[in-house]
Design a protein around this ligand. Structure first.
Ligand code: FBP
Length: 563
């Protein structure tokens, strides 16, 4: 292994906290079943698609159960984008399985779902797992974005499990990966393979949540890292007093990250995609409102400010949403021809095919953004929003607006009778940033270290209790870990039907920012004051050692939601 930093060395000694039920009885916990469950909507269709796992009751681990557990062979994968704490989920799972029976074995499938399909794995042992305890990143077994969704793939996974004698698979992933975990569980049951499937909620985006899954892991650490960086930029802005900083924040679709960072740092502007969509705001309107604040601050001698922009914004502006859907559709259908065209050829190709309204929206965007909208698609033919520089687009459009305003001011000034009637030109200089990858592999905060270890341990307990088609759940997270409750919920409970790529498919419902929810309401109550004034908060770096008030704070979102 490479040289280890003193902090990492010290973090090896950190013992993650567990829900009290596991401190009392290890993974030999008895699961208390609740009421039968149902999916969030489309109950009939979901039930028909998942007949063997639909309706199972959610379970809570409550007390010691006495059973002899034979050695278990289990496999684990990390799926999708990195999120701080993934290694601790694996460490918790490893320790839980070993506590169930010291002869249990854990296969780490490499590179995400593709490792499971192609049978590429390493055996996880004490020495290896120890090297990764409380560390960021997914590099122990790496991740990938291959979709595990076809029956042939499930059959191959079943064959691989049979070859090794694997009786349980743990999938650590976001909404899509857990949707696939649900389908895999159904396949394994209906084909009587005896392989259990358990999911764990991962994604920095924070959009995999409900009453049982209070937050996905990684959100806490990532938002703390971004808030530290935003706070540093705010302090620079407030020191130099000459720049407007436009900061785009990761989050493929929902604006939870931007909202949480706003609650931690109090920026002058923070756009929330869900609000833009609800109000049906056009790009012009957004730029007009932002420009008005820039002008108002400049006229009060504040030529600086900080703007937070959620990564997914462009897909929530109604006219761009239609534009992107049209582009995805016809580029997807004719991919080979399109890929073969030159940059100018691509431009000509889309201009000929776009509807009138979408053409207008397309042409209102700076050339750079138009080109980015036509750049490489993801494996599903969709535009990759993290590559669209909306932060630059907004800064450019505001600059254009200000040129107009300054032109009018100059004209008016010519007509002014005296000096006092003259208006100063608005000075505006922008810096742009994109924070995403900076936070995804950070060393997990104490919260994420504890939560992730607990999720992994819960997954082991669910395996021990014979469950399949469940997601590990740890609740009451804004309380100290001594009050946490562990259990599991059927994956089918989170599903609904959605129209994707031309057909209705069952998927786990994405949790967008709720405009009636307490976090957004708290932001809405203060944003005007944060806009006109300078009320920045500088959170500073994540602290791993020290007073609990500094080291163990959860996110503001979680605290407000559970208040
Ligand atoms: P997951 O949903 O898989 O956790 O990934 C989230 C994310 O970090 C998004 O915020 C971002 O848009 C995307 O991954 C970036 O993807 P990639 O890692 O492929 O660049």
């Amino acid at each position: 292994m490479n040289q280890i930093s003193p902090l990492q060395q010290a973090r090896y000694d950190y013992q993650p906290k567990l829900p009290p039920v596991f401190l009392e009885c290890g993974p030999f916990a008895a699961a208390r079943s609740g009421e039968e469950t149902c999916s969030v909507s489309d109950q009939k269709q979901i039930k028909a698609l998942f007949p063997d796992t639909y309706g199972l009751p959610a379970v809570t681990f409550v007390r010691r159960s006495v059973f002899d557990c034979p050695p278990i062979k289990a496999g684990v994968i990390l799926s999708g984008g990195q999120a701080p704490g993934g290694h601790n989920v694996i460490a918790g799972l490893f320790d839980g399985l070993k506590a169930l029976n010291p002869d249990s074995e854990l296969f780490g499938f490499l590179g995400g779902p593709s490792g499971l399909i192609d049978n590429k794995y390493i055996m996880l042992n004490e020495g290896l797992v120890d090297q990764y305890r409380n560390t960021g990143g997914f590099d122990m077994i790496c991740s990938g974005r291959t979709k595990l969704e076809k029956d042939e793939q499930f059959a191959q996974v079943a064959r691989n499990c049979a070859q090794h004698g694997i009786k349980a698979i743990v999938i650590i992933g976001g909404d899509d990966s857990n949707t696939n975990a649900c389908a895999l569980a159904q396949y394994m049951l209906s084909h009587q393979t005896g392989v259990q499937v358990i999911g764990c909620p991962k994604t920095i985006d924070g959009d995999l949540k409900n009453a049982w899954i209070e937050v996905s892991f990684g959100f806490d650490t990532a938002t703390k890292v971004y808030s530290e960086l935003i706070g540093n930029i705010m302090r620079d802005a407030n020191s130099a007093r000459k720049y407007w900083h436009f900061i785009k924040l990761m989050g493929r679709s929902a604006s939870h990250i931007a909202l949480e960072c706003a609650l931690q740092t109090h920026p002058n502007i923070c756009l929330i995609s869900e609000e833009v969509e609800k109000k049906g705001m056009s790009l012009d309107q957004i730029v007009d409102e932002m420009t008005a604040l820039v002008v108002s601050r400049a006229d009060r001698k504040m030529k600086y400010g900080v703007v937070l922009i959620p990564e997914g914004l462009i897909e929530f502006i109604p006219e761009s949403k239609v534009l992107i859907a049209e582009l995805n559709d016809f580029i997807g259908k004719d991919k080979e021809t399109f890929d073969g065209l030159t940059s100018d050829g691509k431009m000509e190709y889309v201009v000929k095919r776009l509807s009138q309204a979408s053409l207008k929206a397309f042409e209102s965007m700076p050339l750079m953004i138009r080109k980015q909208l036509l750049a490489d698609r993801d494996p599903h033919g969709n535009v990759q929003v993290s590559r669209i520089e909306t932060e630059k687009m907004l800064a450019m459009l505001i600059e254009e607006r200000l040129a107009g305003i300054n032109g009018i001011r100059a004209e008016n000034n010519k007509k002014a009778q005296n000096e006092s009637g003259k208006e100063k030109p608005v000075e505006f200089s922008a810096q742009t940033h994109f924070f995403g990858y900076e936070g995804r592999c950070a060393a997990p905060s104490n919260f994420d270290a504890d939560y992730c270890y607990s999720l992994g341990y819960t997954a082991a307990a669910l395996i021990g209790a014979g469950k399949t088609g469940f997601m590990a759940s740890v609740r009451y997270l804004s309380c100290p870990a001594a009050e946490w409750e562990a259990g599991g919920i059927p994956l089918t409970m989170m599903m609904n039907m959605e129209h994707r790529h031309g057909k209705d498919v069952p998927v786990i419902k994405k949790a967008l920012v709720e405009l009636s929810g307490k976090p957004f309401q708290a932001f809405a109550e203060h944003r005007q004051a944060w806009g006109v004034g300078t009320e920045y908060v500088y959170p500073g770096p994540i602290q791993y050692f020290g007073p609990s008030a500094v080291c163990d704070q959860t996110t503001v979102t979680l605290r407000l939601e559970q208040a």
